[in-house]
Each structure stands twice: as structure tokens, then as C-alpha cells.
Design a protein around this ligand. Structure first.
Ligand code: ATP
Ligand code: MG
Length: 419
């Protein structure tokens, strides 16, 4: 035997037994998102690396250390997408959608790639369901988007989740806050971790996000963004809070919740779930009023979020077992197998699921398989039956059986399986 080939570290298979719960996520998405006016978009899984450098930003973990990049044959730098927003915004700008769709509401579901240290809830290929609403600055849209996230989580049966929100300000008020933060933290520079010492010059807001305990202690007493918001940003946040309260969507204001980049504006939010351990964030989102312009479009405000689906499905109840199979066909001998094949194709053609046995095993072995497939009825085509021009149809639940003429066997089975 040859040596087995191992899967790539940080990747995982989604086996048939797990598809039920993934199917419930897709069903929730396709039933709820249209109620809010979202339409599906699919963008490529690889893009020019520059797209992510400009949108996610060079001073982020994703671009600094997590992106899978390679050069194509012409030497252009390509990256596997680490997230979905950049591709969606690129597509909107490329296709000139923003003119025709003053508020373009889009969603996507697909794999993302990040070279991270694999652990529980953290993969190198994982999936996100994301929404983007592009074209509207109003805080009531933020409320609608956050309520949509809450509804999706509820529809998936995930309720032990805390929604955290914050405002990261705008180009008017954030620079002053950044200065205040840097001057408050510079005095303790030596105590910060290496990454944070660097962030102090490249991207100081991200210090608030550092997972190193000593950095957390140091930033705990740092000035807070909510105290530095301009009037416009303060009003915006107040409207978001009021709207969530009006809708009965529970949330907590977390003044340390940040997004590191300049085009992120105002509302930032995360859904933190109980029961996920260290990787507790099941979804994250926020406003990115500066991104469309950054990617070459006309300045257009926007907001979105992404749900991490591996984390979501670990929170969902296992959807239970596979549904029972209406019919199973057991056949004994070549002539019976030829007959069985025609029968199952006819039955499937009428929209009824049926499985047949392709082996030459004993009737007992074939019926054992019918049992494992949870078949409700078995059609038995043996030599004796064929000679009589009939089939035995056995009800495997009621343990009763009858003989059907072969001539109208398919038609009768189909008729009986009709709801
Ligand atoms: P984290 O702080 O856990 O690294 P993040 O801030 O990098 O998350 P986002 O880029 O905001 O995450 O992505 C949104 C969601 O996607 C996260 O809340 C999480 O549920 C999921 N996610 C992110 N990275 C991974 C990963 N490597 N494996 C599985 N899910 C992930
Ligand atoms: Mg991350």
C-alpha cells in the first residue's frame, strides 16, 4: 500500500454527516436575506494581492502575516482571499453598480484563506457568510444590519451571544484620539509587547485589540474613543443605540472594540458567543465609509459584517439524522438487476428517492443494507418473482408484504409515494 497523503494543516473536510447543519445555515441565509433586500454575489477566491493590501491594510495581521500570496506566470502578485468585503467592493466599482443601485445590498458565502496557527475555531481555510450594504450613511441602516445579524443567529438557534458595539469615529475626530492614545501609552512603551511597540507608530488603535495580558492591563486605563467622538459621530452612535433598544436587540457598548484602518468609520460591532473558548467571536462587522473611494470608486458610505461559519456550526444543535429512504430495491441475479436498474431510474424520474443493491449478495445481506439506509419499503426481485412476472413489495415498518405485477410496478410505487 502507498503512503497516505495527509490533508493540508488547518484545512478540514465537511463530511456528509455534517452537511445537515451547514444546509440549515444556507437555508437560513437564503430565506432571511431576501427579506432585507440582499442578493447573492460570488467573487473569485483569488485576486490581485494589492486589493487586500489597500483594503484590509498593510498594517494588519491579515496582510502582514496571514495572506497566501504567490506570483503568477507573468510575475503578478496574487492572493487567496482572506476575507470577502474587498472583492465585493472591487466588483461593485468594476461593474459600475453603484450608479444603478443607490443602495446595493449584497451577500456572499464561501471559503476564505488565512495562514494562522490552527486551533479550535481557527482554520487556514474557513467559511464566511457576509453581507455588504453599499450606498447609505444613515445610522438606521446600521440598526437594520445589526438586527439582521441577530436574526440570522437566532434562526440558526444560536442565542447565547453578546452583541458588542462601539464607534471608531471618523477622519474628523479619530486623529485627535489617536494622538491622545499614543501620548498616554508612549510613557509605558517599554512594557508593551513587540507587536504593540510597532503598532504604536504604524497603527496605534490596534493596541486596544492586543491579546497579550500585560498590554491589556496597560491599555485598560488608556483614553477611550467614545469620549473623543465629534458631534456627528456621537449622534450617529446615539441613533444606533436608540434603534437597537427600540427593536429589543440586546447589546453592550464595548469602548475597546476597534477596527484598525482609516476607512473604517463609526459603527463597529462583534457577536461574542458563549461556548467557543478562546475563539469567541462568531461574527464581526462595521461601517467602512472610506473603502469604496480607497478602491477607486466615487466616495460611497457602506456597512457590512461577516459570520465565521465553522464557529457558528459548532454552536448549532446537530440537526439530527438523515431522512428515511422511501424505497429500496433488492435484486437477485442478472435479469433481476437489469430490471431493478430500469425500475429505480423510472422512480427517480418521478421525484421519489430510491436505492438499489448492485451486489450479488444474499437477500438477507441486501435487506440489511435497506435497514441501514432506513428504507420504509423494500422491493424484492428474486428469480421466483421474475418467473411469475411479479415483485414482492415489503413494508419494512409494518412487516407486511404484497405481490405487484411487474407491468405496472413503477407506476404503482410512484403513485403510493405521492404525498
Ligand atoms: P479573530 O479575532 O478570531 O482572529 P478576526 O477579527 O480576524 O477574528 P474577522 O476578519 O473580523 O475576524 O472575520 C469575521 C469572523 O470570521 C470572525 O468573527 C470569525 O468568526 C471568523 N474567522 C476569522 N478568522 C478565522 C479563522 N482563521 N478560522 C475560522 N474562523 C475565522
Ligand atoms: Mg484574525
Amino acid at each position: 500500500m502507498s503512503e497516505r497523503i495527509q490533508p493540508v494543516k488547518g484545512t478540514h473536510d465537511i463530511l456528509p454527516e455534517e452537511q445537515g447543519v451547514w444546509g440549515r445555515v444556507r437555508a437560513a441565509a437564503s430565506s432571511i436575506l431576501p427579506l432585507y433586500g440582499y442578493r447573492e454575489i460570488a467573487t473569485p477566491m483569488f485576486e490581485r494581492a494589492e486589493l487586500f493590501e489597500r483594503s484590509v491594510g498593510v498594517a494588519t495581521d491579515i496582510v502582514e502575516k496571514e495572506m497566501y500570496t504567490f506570483a503568477d506566470s507573468k510575475g503578478r502578485r496574487i492572493a487567496l482571499r482572506p476575507e470577502g468585503t474587498a472583492g465585493v467592493v472591487r466588483a461593485c466599482v468594476h461593474h459600475g453598480r453603484l450608479r444603478a443601485h443607490p443602495l446595493d445590498k449584497l451577500y456572499y458565502l464561501g471559503p476564505m484563506f488565512r495562514r494562522e496557527r490552527p486551533q479550535k475555531g481557527r482554520f487556514r481555510q474557513f467559511h464566511q457568510l457576509g453581507v455588504e450594504a453599499i450606498g447609505e450613511p444613515s445610522a438606521t441602516l446600521d440598526v437594520e444590519v445589526i438586527a439582521l445579524l441577530a436574526r440570522l443567529l437566532t434562526a440558526c438557534g444560536v442565542d447565547r451571544v453578546e452583541l458588542q458595539i462601539n464607534s471608531v469615529g471618523c477622519s474628523e475626530c479619530r486623529p485627535a484620539y489617536r494622538d491622545a492614545l499614543v501620548s498616554a501609552l508612549s510613557a509605558r512603551r517599554a512594557e508593551l509587547c513587540g507587536d504593540c511597540r510597532r503598532r504604536l507608530t504604524t497603527n496605534p488603535l490596534r493596541l486596544l485589540d492586543c491579546k497579550v495580558p500585560t498590554c491589556g492591563e496597560i491599555t485598560a486605563s488608556a483614553p477611550e474613543l467614545v469620549d473623543h467622538l465629534c458631534d456627528g459621530c456621537r449622534d450617529h452612535l446615539a441613533t444606533v443605540e436608540q434603534g437597537l433598544t427600540d427593536l429589543g436587540v440586546a447589546y453592550r457598548l464595548n469602548p475597546r472594540l476597534v477596527r484598525g484602518l482609516d476607512y473604517y468609520t463609526r459603527t463597529a460591532f462583534e457577536a461574542i458567543a458563549e461556548g467557543l473558548g478562546a475563539q469567541a467571536a462568531v461574527a464581526a462587522g462595521g461601517r467602512y465609509d472610506g473603502l469604496v473611494e480607497e478602491l477607486g470608486g466615487t466616495p460611497t458610505p457602506a456597512i457590512g459584517f461577516a459570520i465565521g461559519l465553522e464557529r457558528l456550526v459548532t454552536l448549532m444543535e446537530d440537526g439530527g439524522e438523515d431522512p428515511p429512504l422511501p424505497l429500496f430495491v433488492a435484486a437477485l441475479g442478472d435479469a433481476a438487476h437489469r430490471h431493478a436498474l430500469k425500475l429505480v431510474e423510472a422512480v427517480r424520474g418521478a421525484g421519489v428517492a430510491v436505492e438499489m443493491d448492485h451486489s450479488d449478495r444474499s437477500l438477507k445481506a441486501q435487506l440489511k443494507r435497506a435497514d441501514r439506509l432506513k428504507a420504509r419499503r423494500a422491493v424484492i426481485l428474486g428469480e421466483e418473482e421474475l418467473a411469475a412476472g411479479e415483485a414482492t413489495v415489503r413494508d419494512l415498518l409494518a412487516h407486511s408484504q404484497a405481490r405487484y405485477p411487474l407491468a405496472d410496478l413503477a407506476a404503482r410505487l410512484i403513485e403510493e409515494e405521492r404525498p
